[in-house]
Design a protein. Sequence first.
Length: 94
Amino acid sequence: QRSTLCMSTQVGCRQGCKFCATGRMGRVRNLTTDEILAQMFFAKKICRLEGLPDVSNIVFMGMGESADNADNVIKATEILTTRELFQLAAAKVT
């Protein structure tokens, strides 16, 4: 068993896809690296408190377009895949 976390990278999104409520609201701002990582901290806590499997996979498919916040997403990914920190395999982060 595993838990997959769908992470957001922005508040809103500039892409403007007609089918997406996030796109219709426009981009408000990029999330910082710390805000991206905070999602993982809270997800791990919820998994622990609810007796769910620990987060073993991450997908950057939440609010926002990851490529539009590439610098912070890359920094967060480097931290998430650091052995001494979150210990995620790079192949488990998409």
